[in-house]
Design a protein around this ligand. Structure first.
Ligand code: PAF
Length: 282
């Protein structure tokens, strides 16, 4: 497995692989990898000749009061995991390699970013779209793999690829959960034992939401109210948002119809966690 820290090294290797006729899969990550990331990498290794994983904590997608400095990092563990899966190259650039001191070009998306995480984390998707565009240009993958846990991110990337005519297939991979239901996240490591227990309120609320929809709930606000009320039964939890949106446009909907996304963000102590489910209703 090759570990490359510069754009030039990656480009040279990609050029070689393309000359040999290899298809390329990209798994963009911020490191501190867990089984959710592993499932993306495995999917890429299965479906592409060569897999590149990027490990880069992207500073421009964090707000000023967010956890950029404390974001967990363990590059050695990440390398071991990716090597075992069969990843061919890890791109691990420094912030300076990605952003020149006078960097001033960003990819900004309207509409899809006004709700959910886009609303609670202003500038977040501008940072995500910018770094993902750069990775797409540098690595020129045939396919790129993203987790469904960040459902809005997946919708935003799909739209960016369409709007900016990237010739890349975006593959969404299902949420991977702990045995007790908590969605895998690098940020779970922030939770102490009591908070880890309290964090189950997220996956329980997702189950409740699925059940209510299965039982026929079609009123968006009623569903939101039921989930908020459930989350508020947990003393350590504070709702950031509970929203029901159209699965493509990410805009709020009153009546549940077509492809919908039910998404929640909840603070457990100081840690902000997200979870969601999607369903298509006739
Ligand atoms: O999902 C993530 O880990 C990040 O947002 C991504 C896509 C790697 C961009 O920094």
């Amino acid at each position: 497995m090759i570990i490359a820290q510069t754009v030039a090294e990656v480009r040279a290797q990609i050029r070689q692989w393309k000359k040999e006729g290899c298809s390329i899969g990209l798994v963009p990550t911020m490191g501190y990898l867990h089984e959710g990331h592993a499932s993306l990498a495995k999917q890429s290794v299965i479906s592409c000749d060569k897999t590149v994983a990027s490990v880069f904590v992207n500073p421009i997608q964090f707000g000023p009061s967010e956890d950029l400095l404390s974001y967990p990092r363990d590059f050695q563990h990440d390398c071991a995991l990716l090597e075992e899966i069969g990843v061919d190259l890890i791109f691990h650039p420094s912030p300076e390699e990605m952003y020149a001191p006078d960097f001033c070009t960003y990819v900004e998306m309207e509409h899809l970013t006004t709700q959910l995480c886009g609303k609670s984390r202003p500038g977040h998707f501008r940072g995500v779209c910018t770094v993902v565009s750069k990775l797409f240009h540098i690595i020129q993958p045939d396919k790129a793999f993203f987790g469904e846990k960040d459902a809005q991110q997946l919708a935003v990337i799909r739209r960016m690829v369409r709007d900016l005519s990237f010739d890349i297939e975006i593959v969404g991979c299902p949420i991977v959960r702990e045995a007790d239901g908590l969605a895998k996240s690098s940020r779970n490591t922030y939770l102490n034992a009591e908070e880890r227990q309290a964090a189950l309120i997220l996956s329980q609320s997702i189950l409740l939401g699925k059940k209510l929809v299965e039982q026929g709930e079609r009123n968006g606000q009623a569903l939101i109210n039921a989930l908020k009320a459930h989350i508020e039964t947990e003393p350590l939890a504070r709702v950031d948002y509970v929203d029901v949106v159209d699965g493509i446009t990410m805009q709020p909907i009153e009546h549940l119809q077509g492809k919908i996304l039910v998404a929640i963000a909840v603070f457990i102590g100081k840690t902000r966690l997200i979870d969601n489910f999607s369903v298509t209703l006739s």
